[in-house]
Design a protein around this ligand. Structure first.
Ligand code: ADP
Ligand code: MG
Length: 285
């Protein structure tokens, strides 16, 4: 019996022509495919069910929610298939590549560029938060450009589900996977947490967009955790000397140690650095 999609895996190949591999993770791979009838391109994420062990119910609930998510800056989940060993998530195809790859190759970057990007991400995040969804894994690798066009919108990908799967992996491997650099302090303290964790991550991403390096860094993970839990970051000279006070004020409110005082998405969107549309157009790096 298919558990999730109520559609058998054989239907995937009946409906889609599968093409090249787009990306690969520890328990999943993403392939490009084309819907036969419409010629529409899609991305299919194939997840090994071993990574889900015991989490099927939680996953079913999340999938029900994810199917309702529809926002111009969020990679849409179209449909789900599964068989005994694998889960197939058919998603909107994006072709613009990852956030930082493009910024590195762009040559010039301004505060205005950063605000336009962050505004889109906050907009999508506010929408998810209103639906009661916490992303929990916002990091640059999960922000993808919709198309190769210079003025392409940015898309949030890989949420909800991926975290449940990662938690499954954690049990299995006994260690946390992935980079902790974007994780909010209350998560590291193992305190109950909420939507504010995503806002913290946007703060970290904003910080990197403006100076080109991360706010917390240590070769040793436990030292890195301590830095984060202390909120031990600075706007170092000379790198931040030319960045506006407004931008720094924005980041301080997002990377606020106390989750209760931290800005909500709405407050962040209303901050003058974002809302005024007047951010500096001088090249910063
Ligand atoms: P993981 O959970 O293993 O990180 P992701 O969902 O982030 O898996 O996908 C892994 C890679 O596959 C991404 O880094 C990206 O390159 C590619 N990818 C994922 N989703 C899409 C998509 N909707 N369209 C195009 N490429 C995608
Ligand atoms: Mg990912």
């Amino acid at each position: 019996m298919p558990l999730f999609g109520k559609k058998y895996a054989a239907d995937v190949t009946a409906k889609y022509n599968t093409k090249e591999l787009l990306g690969k993770g520890a328990f999943s791979e993403v392939i490009k495919a084309e819907e036969k009838e419409t010629k529409r391109g899609v991305a299919i994420k194939i997840i090994d069910k071993k990574s889900l062990k015991g989490k099927e119910d939680a996953l079913q609930n999340e999938i029900d929610v994810l199917k309702k998510v529809k926002h111009p800056n969020i990679v849409q989940l179209y449909e789900i298939f599964d068989d005994k060993s694998r889960l197939y998530l058919v998603m909107e195809l994006v072709t613009g590549g990852e956030l930082f790859d493009r910024i590195i190759s762009k040559g010039s970057y301004t505060e205005k560029d950063a605000t336009e990007l962050i505004r889109q991400v906050l907009d999508a995040l506010e929408y998810l938060h209103e639906l009661g969804i916490i992303h929990r894994d916002l990091k640059p690798e999960n922000l993808l450009y919709y198309s190769p066009a210079d003025d392409s919108k940015i898309m949030i990908s890989d949420f909800g589900l991926s975290k449940t799967i990662e938690e499954g992996q954690m049990d299995q491997l006994g260690t946390a996977c992935g980079t902790p650099g974007y994780v909010a302090p209350e998560v590291l303290r193992r305190k109950p947490y909420g939507k504010a964790v995503d806002v913290w991550s946007i703060g970290v991403i904003s910080y990197i967009l403006l100076c080109g390096y991360p706010p917390f860094y240590h070769e040793n993970d436990s030292e890195l955790f301590k830095q984060i839990m202390r909120g031990d970051y600075e706007f170092d000279s000379p790198y931040w000397d030319t960045i506006s006070e407004q931008a720094k004020d924005f980041i301080r409110h997002l990377m606020e140690l106390d989750a209760r005082k931290r800005y909500t998405c709405r407050q962040a969107l209303e901050h003058p650095w974002i809302a005024s549309g007047q951010a500096s157009e001088v090249n910063i790096h």
